[in-house]
Design a protein around this ligand. Structure first.
Ligand code: 13P
Length: 254
């Protein structure tokens, strides 16, 4: 059985002191729930501070991006080695990076390879845009994103996939549980064709896009969905805690 994951993507929100406050508000509550992997992904500048704050707890840390070179003259970038020293997970290929920063499938692929090389667990984000959804191209789009992101990669390590339909991100219009379940089922079958059943059975695939404490159960109750990548609701300690708590009650694995 797969252990559920609830990851909070703070995006470009929270100053260092706000991140400290947020983590302080939810640290104890999160630590008490041990049947779910709880991952906080604050901005880069808060990683070291948050790492200290969650020391000794069961909370895990993730970054929101990575560069694929190990070190050198890449002003402003953060390398895999720097992150491996701080955290366990790294979000790669988020639609905001693909769209605002022109990250291609090739770049996403290089980042995944770089992360896996240093033992980081990538949270690979894929998902279709509204017009692709409306023209029935979802499966084609996510299959292509999987193909390009994972090209040449034989070993997935602790990779997690997040299915985040672009039209559901930050819009308050979440997908239905049924839709997310069907698409995630498709993603799992697609991965199975390349990596085999064994790998796929252990692969955790999350839903992301306007997840809140109010709609968590709709997603987590679905058999294919192993958790959630939470944006806006991760900025409110009570919401995030409730999402994690509900998930642990629905998916009791450990
Ligand atoms: P929201 O939960 O704010 O819709 O964001 C989802 C997301 O993009 C998480 O990575």
């Amino acid at each position: 059985m797969r252990v559920a994951v609830i990851a909070g993507n703070c995006k470009m929100n929270t100053t260092v002191s706000e991140a400290i406050q947020l983590v302080n508000e939810m640290r104890q509550g999160l630590d008490e729930i041990d049947s779910v992997d709880k991952v906080i992904c604050p901005p880069f500048i808060s990683l070291a501070t948050v790492k200290e704050l969650i020391k000794g707890s069961s909370i895990k840390l993730g970054a929101q991006n990575i560069y694929f070179e190990e070190k050198g003259a890449y002003t402003g970038e953060i390398s895999p080695l720097m992150l491996a020293d701080l955290c366990e997970f790294v979000i790669i290929g988020h639609s905001e990076r693909r769209h605002y920063f022109n990250e291609s499938g090739e770049i996403v692929n290089k980042k995944i390879q770089a992360a896996l090389k240093v033992g980081l667990k990538p949270i690979l984000c894929i998902g279709e845009r509204l017009e692709e959804n409306e023209t029935g191209r979802t499966e084609e789009v996510v299959a292509e994103q999987l193909r390009s992101s994972l090209a040449g990669i034989d070993y997935l390590g602790g990779l997690v996939i997040a299915y985040e339909p672009v039209w559901a991100i930050g819009t308050g219009k979440a997908a239905t549980g049924e839709w997310a379940n069907e698409t995630i089922g498709f993603i799992r079958r697609n991965i199975s064709q390349k990596y085999g059943k064994r790998v796929t059975q252990d692969l955790r695939i999350l839903y992301g896009g306007s997840v809140t404490a109010d709609n968590t159960a709709e997603f987590i109750n679905q058999p294919e969905i192993d958790g959630a990548l939470v944006g806006g609701a991760s900025l409110k300690a009570s919401q995030f805690l409730s999402i994690v708590k509900q998930t642990s009650e629905i998916k009791q694995v450990r």
